[in-house]
Design a protein around this ligand. Structure first.
Ligand code: PMP
Length: 352
């Protein structure tokens, strides 16, 4: 007989990652196609010589470089093993069993999972029909049990970002006892005329934190490093939930090298943004109601046809991310990869 595990465990789904299919173009996990910048790769190699030692448990050098980069004190920053680990630490830090975690839906798949792992109750609030988060409905859904709200902006998987004006109106409505986490995993791809700067918000409000990552625009998905900014006491509480040494020395060194790279990164994100416009326009021409994306992916609201589109693309050696019955998310790759996707999308329409 196996030992007992939690009785609710069977009901908690596992996180499903994007698939990797040999020989196929992978546009399923919002990664960058290009590897790390050469200077970042060199920093990783240098750091490899020291992996016989445990990493700095506080990621002190990275936090201090982030402090300089973001223009905020180090005490307002903590690093984590990817921003998903920080989401989990945050839930653990603020929620008691039975407390409610509000989030848009669809939004990042991990939110309801990590809430349930922490014995909290995820409360999904439907997005508007155009794929934007419905901040009014989220504010309306706050109860006495609400402890945490995830606002994913730009929103994964639908793409739109919340404007600064919308966010301000929302934050003004949320009681201060509720923590609002601005998940800005795709911040570097934002090109809005009224952008949210979550780090600034997290310094201006006592109940706001921002989450960012090196996994997406910086191309370090495989190294696992992200950071959270916010009020110093909350940063300490989130830090207490960390698995010790979970930010490796390679990840810390690579993060610092990314911040040192500056303009090189901007050129990369600009290229993705240009491709985002091209791909979205082409998909709209094919009849898809693609929401305006501020991230490195686009959303095709295919409804019941989502699974058929996804498997058709796979037959054409393009791996997309299917949310069955709802839609398909496609990462913006390099121009050649995007052309492969568009060719597959055209063939789907013509039935070839
Ligand atoms: N937040 C959002 C919205 C994401 O899409 C992701 C990655 N899919 C993450 C957080 C986690 O990223 P990471 O743990 O790699 O930093």
């Amino acid at each position: 007989m196996s030992p007992d595990v939690r009785s609710d465990l069977d009901a908690i789904p596992s996180y499903v990652p994007g698939a990797t299919v040999p020989g196929a173009v992978k546009l399923a996990s919002n990664e960058t196609t290009a590897g790390p910048l050469p200077s970042v790769a060199a920093a990783i190699v240098d750091a490899a010589a020291g992996v016989n030692r445990y990493p700095d448990i506080t990621a002190g050098a990275l936090v201090s470089r982030l402090s300089e980069f973001l223009g905020i004190p180090s005490r307002n920053i903590t690093a984590g093993c990817g921003s998903v680990a920080l989401c989990q630490q945050l839930v653990q830090a603020v929620c008691a069993p039975g407390d409610e975690v509000l989030h848009g839906w669809r939004s990042f798949e991990a939110y309801p999972i990590i809430a349930r792992i922490a014995h909290a109750v995820p409360v999904p609030v439907p997005n508007r029909a155009d794929g934007t988060l419905d901040l009014d409905a989220i504010a309306d859904a706050v109860t006495d049990r609400t402890r945490l709200i995830f606002v994913c902006t730009p929103n994964n998987p639908t793409g739109p970002a919340v404007s600064h004006a919308e966010l301000t109106a929302f934050l003004d409505r949320v009681p201060e006892r509720v923590t609002v986490a601005l998940d800005e995993a795709y911040y570097e791809y934002l090109r809005s005329d009224d952008p949210v700067d979550g780090v600034a918000e997290s310094m201006a409000r006592p109940n706001v934190v921002a989450l960012r990552t090196f996994s997406k625009a910086y191309g370090l998905a495989g190294l696992r490093v992200g950071y959270l900014t916010g009020p110093a006491d909350l940063v300490v509480s989130v830090g207490k939930m960390v698995v010790p040494f979970s930010v490796s020395s390679l990840a810390q060194a690579a993060g610092i090298a990314c911040l040192d790279a500056g303009d090189e990164l901007r050129a990369r994100t600009d290229a993705v943004v240009a491709e985002r416009t091209r791909v979205r326009d082409a998909l709209i021409d094919l009849g898809h109601a693609v929401p305006e994306s501020q991230a490195n992916f686009v959303w095709l609201p295919l409804g019941d046809a989502a699974a058929a589109f996804d498997s058709h693309c796979r037959d054409h050696l393009v791996v997309t991310r299917c949310f069955a019955g709802h839609g398909v998310r496609v990462t913006i790759g390099d121009p050649v990869e995007n052309d492969r996707l568009l060719a597959a999308a055209r063939a789907f329409v013509t039935g070839t």
